[in-house]
Write a protein that binds this ligand. Structure first.
Ligand code: NAP
Length: 259
């Protein structure tokens, strides 16, 4: 087990991971629990968080399921307050919740645009604004935002690529504003990761998930697709004390260079 030993005189740190019922968020939540943090598992449907919470508690960790739509201001604020009251002041935040509404620009609806901006950008803003006060009070914090290689442009993803590029600017600004409080902000930009999100893309393309994975792996220098655990390992590093001089960065985790 990869463990981040915490000094015994320090209380356990509390981390919030959004969209943690499955996929990358679930892997980050489990990894953070192994690293010794109490973990708030946030997702749209509270009951959907049970599998992640149960996996953590079965391993002896502490976790709390919280249902929240991160794009709803009151709900985001309430979720962060609940985590602080029931688990401890959150000083680590991973803005991971995400959706795709892919379509070519000429077919993209305003709803497709607004939904994607709402979850990725507005959601990350609301969650960060609510959580930052606990970090600035503690004079320590870690904010990790999930961007994507799609930020560099991707056919059929005008909404998603704009949101993921926007998150990079958001991240750098957080790093500038919050650095003096001991808070770092970084973005992880994954390439192809095998999750329900990429499974949905395969369905939309009319091919099986296995065909999609095989084709994608051939295009990636390390000749495999990414796993949620690849992203969790990067998040684990960024959350550590020893990563305190890494801030405002976008780390591409894509099995090769990205352009
Ligand atoms: P996923 O399997 O689809 O999981 C995303 C989770 O976010 C779901 O549990 C979803 O809940 C939840 N969610 C959606 N809208 C929400 C909202 N408004 N409030 C709270 N939770 C919400 O996706 P993933 O592949 O793990 O992706 C995780 C993150 O990595 C996303 O930000 C994604 O854009 C990014 N990313 C993924 C890839 C990839 O290849 N998979 C590549 C680059 C970046 P529901 O199930 O109820 O909708």
């Amino acid at each position: 087990m990869t463990e981040q030993p915490q000094p015994t005189d320090q209380p356990t740190r509390t981390a919030i991971v959004t969209g943690a019922a499955r996929g990358i968020g679930a892997a980050i939540a489990r990894r953070f629990a192994q690293d010794g943090y109490a973990v708030a598992v946030l997702d749209l449907d509270e009951s959907a968080c049970a599998a992640t919470v149960d996996a953590i508690t079965a391993d002896g960790g502490r976790a709390l399921a919280v249902g929240v739509d991160v794009s709803d201001e009151a709900a985001a604020n309430a979720a962060v307050e609940r985590v602080a009251a029931e688990l401890g002041a959150p000083t680590i935040l991973v803005n991971n919740a995400g959706i795709i509404r892919d379509n070519m620009l000429f077919k993209m609806t305003v709803d497709d645009w607004d939904a994607v901006m709402g979850v990725h950008l507005r959601g990350s803003f609301l969650m960060t604004r609510a959580a930052q006060k606990y970090m600035t009070e503690a004079k320590w914090g870690r904010i990790i935002n999930l961007s994507s290689t799609s930020a560099l442009g991707n056919r059929g993803q005008a909404n998603y690529s704009a949101a993921k590029a926007g998150l990079q600017g958001f991240t750098k600004t957080l790093a500038i504003e919050l650095g003096k409080f001991g808070v770092t902000a970084n973005a992880i930009a994954p390439g192809f990761i095998a999750t329900d999100m990429t499974r949905a893309t395969a369905e939309r393309m009319g091919i099986t998930f296995d065909q999609f994975l095989e084709g994608a792996a051939k295009e990636i220098p390390v000749q495999r697709v990414g796993l949620p655990e690849d992203i969790a390992a990067t998040a684990s590093f960024l959350a550590r004390d020893e990563a305190g001089f890494v801030s405002g960065q976008v780390i591409y985790v894509a099995g090769g260079p990205t352009d």
